[in-house]
Write a protein that binds this ligand. Sequence first.
Ligand code: FES
Ligand SMILES: [Fe+2]
Length: 451
Amino acid sequence: MTKIDKPGPDFDALIHEDRVHRTLYTDPEIFQDEMSKIFAAVWVYLAHESQIPKADDFVTARLGLRPLIVTRDGGDKIHALYNRCTHRGATICREVQGSTKAFQCPYHGWTYQNNGKISGVPWPDGYAGNALDEKFNLAQVPRVASYRGFIFGTLNMDAPPLEEYLGGVRGPIDEWLDRHPGGKVALCNANRLKYNGNWKLAYDNSADGYHVVFSHRSLLAMENRMVEEDDKGMTYYKDKPDDQPMYVRYFGNGHHFKDKRPNVEKRPGALWEIESLHPGMEHYEQDLRRRYRDKADELLDLASSEPVNINVFPNLLILGNHIQVLQPVSMTETDTTWWGTLVVDDEGVLAGAVDDINALRMRTQEGFPNFGEVDDLMNFEQIQVGLGAEEDEWVYMHRGLGIEGRISVDEGGVVTGPSTDELFMREYMKEYKRLMKAAPNLTITRDTGEA
Ligand code: FES
Ligand SMILES: [Fe+2]
């Protein structure tokens, strides 16, 4: 059991209502503490169940900087095993994904079942004691839980149950899933991008409606260049976004939400009408319209990007049809993976259109990571450069603060404001401060769950 109680930076001095100190993004000691006080102490997104659909499937993941293998054992139980040999620490599994009942360490050949149990040690007569003692089982994350396919883990025995941690953000997640047949999606492949900046820069941006028309000017222009009528893509951000019906919302526990759906009419085909044009889509649309006639609009809406940003603290960002996962690498390096998602039609309700819908989704999912995210990453890298200037200490996040009637708080503490408001950042930073000042009760287990 690990208790963290060493004195650290004074977070009351570093985080104020209207601003945060630059060292949150530049101090390696703070980063190191975040890997325990956040990326172990709260429920952290690890993987999606569709990546390990069958018994004995596995996928590698990380909990902060800890390398993990997320497995589904023969009894269908999901484990998050440390990808670290109990013998001398070597990485055991060097594949990203696959299927196996056991893992053998490449260094000296110790072998583990996919539930973490040690099962083989070469030439055990060289060991005085029991070579297969359970203390040599792989370490594993003691609490692993799924919410509708999203697998999370925490080392914190005092963390609330996952559903309670997610709280109000379950509402948008449910809506995002429920528009699909069977209320689910499966992950397909990903755009993998890396930036030289702190992981929080991406979280600070994830519900930011202020930057869009400026940072993504070329994307908006491109989306509309070939269109004669009707705006495409994110054009509801042009002019003054605060006059549009979209909003930003904070749910607590660091989770926030940008809802752009009120900009779109509620009728079949309305979502598809604003979908950006992508080369290669035309044939699929024409074919679906010819084959499905009146039903085609509903099917095309399933291929369209849902105009939401659902941000689950600290590392899961659901946007459009993507799942974006933030992976801190160091104080100034972050991996960001944009997983595409597929519609799954187990019940056959799409009457054979599922492959065409998924082909279209693939096209739509190529757009933003390639033409929009690069704008954001360039901003993050340039912020990191700017924050290197020690004398200029503060990062401001006060847009909307102190304006009477601009922000509302409901009886459950959910905060809502206009889409360019920085309330989401102010609120999550309060939670960040609380977490960084706490001493979480972190532990690992070597219990494989076998009877
Ligand atoms: S480090 Fe894995 S068997 Fe030695
Ligand atoms: Fe952006």
